[in-house]
Design a protein. Structure first.
Ligand SMILES: *[C@@H]1O[C@H](CO)[C@@H](O)[C@H](O)[C@H]1NC(C)=O
Ligand SMILES: *[C@@H]1O[C@H](CO)[C@@H](O)[C@H](O)[C@H]1NC(C)=O
Ligand SMILES: *[C@@H]1O[C@H](CO)[C@@H](O)[C@H](O)[C@H]1NC(C)=O
Ligand SMILES: *[C@@H]1O[C@H](CO)[C@@H](O)[C@H](O)[C@H]1NC(C)=O
Ligand SMILES: *[C@@H]1O[C@H](CO)[C@@H](O)[C@H](O)[C@H]1NC(C)=O
Ligand SMILES: *[C@@H]1O[C@H](CO)[C@@H](O)[C@H](O)[C@H]1NC(C)=O
Ligand SMILES: *[C@@H]1O[C@H](CO)[C@@H](O)[C@H](O)[C@H]1NC(C)=O
Ligand SMILES: *[C@@H]1O[C@H](CO)[C@@H](O)[C@H](O)[C@H]1NC(C)=O
Ligand SMILES: *[C@@H]1O[C@H](CO)[C@@H](O)[C@H](O)[C@H]1NC(C)=O
Length: 277
C-alpha cells in the first residue's frame, strides 16, 4: 500500500479514536499524599493489600458511581473508596477511576494515606477507616486568579445559590448527596454551583462539610471567577464563566452554556491543614 495512504488511514483511525473518546474526557487535578500519617515499605503486606484494594475498587468502576472496600487485616488493613461526580456518565466515571488508581500510587509512592482529585471523580485510601465519617483531608482547592469585576453584584446571588445547593445536597436522595443550581447575578451573567458529599455521610455531616467548604470559598477566594473546594468527604464549587456540569433532572430552561473554559491560570493547592473539629 502507498505510504501516504497508510499515513492517511492511520490518521483517520486516530481521528475516529478521538471522536469516540470525546465523550469520555476527564480532567486530572492533583494527588494529595499524607506521609505524616504513615509510610509503608516496598514489598510489605500493606503494599500487597493496597494493590488488591485498588483492584477491587477498579472492578466496580464500570457499574458504580461510588464504592468502598477494604483489604487485609489490622494492622495492615487498607480502607479505600472512590466517588464520581453525580452528573458524569458511567463511562467517564470508569475511565476517571482507572486513571486515578494509577496516578495515586505514582503520585504518592509508599505513602499510607492519599487521595487523587479530578473534576469528575476522586479516589482515596488510608490505613484507618474512612467510611461514614466526615473528613476534610486529603483535599485541595482550585481557583482562578482572575477576579469578577463587580463582585458586590455577585456576592448576594452567590450566597443564596450556595445556600440552595447545600440545602439540595444535604438530604440523601436517589442521587446521593448531589445538587446543582444556576442563578443570574446580572441580566446576562450566571453563576453555576455544584455540591456533593460521599453517600456514606449523614445529612448533618454532609451539611457540616459543605458549610465549612463554603466558608473557605467566600472568605479566602471571594472575588475569583471560579472556585472549587475538594474535601475528602465533600466538594463545593462555583463558576461564573461556564456551566461546568451536565443537567440531569428537568429544570426550567437555562441559558445556553458557553463551550470553552475562560483561561484563568487556575491553581491547585493541597490543603495540609488538619481537621479543626
Ligand atoms: C497508620 O500508620 C501509621 C504509621 O505507620 C501509624 O502510626 C498508625 O497507627 C496507623 N494507623 C492505624 C489505624 O493502623
Ligand atoms: C513518611 O516519610 C516522610 C518522608 O519520606 C516523612 O516526612 C514522614 O515523617 C514519614 N511518616 C512517618 C509517620 O514516619
Ligand atoms: C471487594 O472487597 C469486598 C470487601 O471489601 C469483598 O466483599 C468483595 O468480594 C471484593 N471484590 C472483589 C472483586 O475482589
Ligand atoms: C484578584 O483579587 C485578589 C484579592 O483582591 C488580588 O490579590 C489579585 O491580585 C486579583 N487578581 C487579579 C488578576 O487582578
Ligand atoms: C435575572 O434575570 C431576570 C430576567 O430574566 C431579571 O429580572 C433579574 O433582575 C436578573 N437578576 C439580577 C440579579 O440581575
Ligand atoms: C462502606 O460504607 C458503608 C457505610 O456507608 C459501610 O456500612 C460498609 O461497611 C462499608 N464497606 C466496607 C467494605 O467496609
Ligand atoms: C473578601 O475577602 C477579603 C479577605 O478575606 C476581605 O477583606 C473582604 O472584605 C472580602 N470581600 C467581600 C466582598 O466579602
Ligand atoms: C458551542 O458549540 C456549538 C457546537 O458544538 C456551536 O454551534 C456554538 O456556536 C458554540 N457556542 C459558542 C458560544 O461558542
Ligand atoms: C499539585 O500539588 C503540588 C503541591 O501540593 C503542587 O506543587 C503542584 O503544582 C500541584 N499540581 C497541579 C497540577 O496543580
Amino acid at each position: 500500500m502507498d505510504k501516504n495512504l497508510v499515513t492517511l488511514a492511520s490518521s483517520l483511525l486516530i481521528c475516529i479514536f478521538h471522536l469516540y473518546r470525546v465523550d469520555a474526557v476527564f480532567n486530572y487535578l492533583n494527588v494529595t499524599c499524607l506521609p505524616e500519617y504513615g509510610n509503608y515499605t516496598e514489598g510489605s503486606i500493606y503494599q500487597q493489600n493496597l494493590d488488591s484494594l485498588l483492584l477491587n475498587l477498579s472492578s466496580h468502576r464500570s457499574t458504580r458511581a461510588y464504592h468502598n472496600s477494604t483489604a487485609g487485616d489490622v494492622p495492615n488493613k487498607v480502607y479505600g473508596l472512590y466517588q464520581c461526580r453525580g452528573d458524569v456518565t458511567q463511562e467517564v466515571c470508569s475511565e476517571c477511576i482507572q486513571d486515578a488508581t494509577q496516578k495515586i500510587v505514582q503520585g504518592c509512592p509508599l505513602v499510607a494515606e492519599a487521595g487523587a482529585w479530578y473534576d469528575e471523580c476522586m479516589l482515596r485510601y488510608a490505613n484507618h477507616s474512612i467510611f461514614s465519617t466526615f473528613e476534610k483531608l486529603p483535599g485541595g482547592y482550585t481557583w482562578s486568579k482572575r477576579n469578577v469585576s463587580d463582585y458586590h453584584k455577585l456576592a448576594p446571588v452567590l450566597a443564596s445559590t450556595l445556600r440552595s445547593v447545600i440545602n439540595g445536597a444535604a438530604p440523601i436522595s436517589s442521587r446521593g448527596h448531589f445538587a446543582t443550581k444556576a442563578n443570574n447575578w446580572t441580566l446576562f451573567n450566571y453563576v453555576y454551583c455544584l455540591a456533593q458529599c460521599t453517600p456514606d455521610l449523614t445529612e448533618f455531616d454532609c451539611r457540616d462539610c459543605l458549610t465549612r467548604a463554603r466558608s473557605i470559598m467566600v472568605n479566602d477566594f471571594n472575588t475569583s471567577i471560579r472556585v472549587a473546594i475538594f474535601y475528602a468527604s465533600c466538594q463545593l464549587r462555583y463558576d461564573t464563566t461556564r456551566k461546568f456540569y451536565r443537567e440531569i433532572i428537568a429544570t426550567p430552561p437555562a441559558p445556553s452554556p458557553s463551550n470553552t473554559t475562560v483561561p484563568g491560570n487556575d491553581v491547585l493547592i493541597n490543603d495540609k491543614r488538619k481537621i479543626v473539629p
